[in-house]
Design a protein around this ligand. Structure first.
Ligand SMILES: [Zn+2]
Length: 84
């Protein structure tokens, strides 16, 4: 009698369709910018670049390492996990 390995791929393939999304609207900004990706780090980095380029007037100065870190954390809180 042959014992077949139990397939447990279902949950994994389900996770692969989940993406991280950041939208400026979620930060309360009147801006259509949305970025999505497969990791929070990537999405936050792109969002941070965008905020530094387009929203310098909407926030306090984002120049020092500490200010950038604070902004990074608040962007991270604004990300959502969505189904692709
Ligand atoms: Zn924006």
């Amino acid at each position: 009698m042959v014992i077949l390995p139990i397939q447990k791929n279902l949950e994994i393939s389900k996770e692969e369709t989940m993406i991280i999304r950041y939208a400026c609207k979620d930060m309360g900004l009147n801006c259509p910018f949305i970025v999505s990706g497969d990791s929070v780090e990537k999405v936050v980095q792109i969002a941070l670049d965008h905020v530094q380029a387009k929203h310098t007037q909407d926030f306090n100065t984002i120049e020092s390492a500490v200010q950038i870190d604070v902004m990074r954390k608040s962007l991270e809180r604004s990300t959502r996990i969505v189904a692709d």
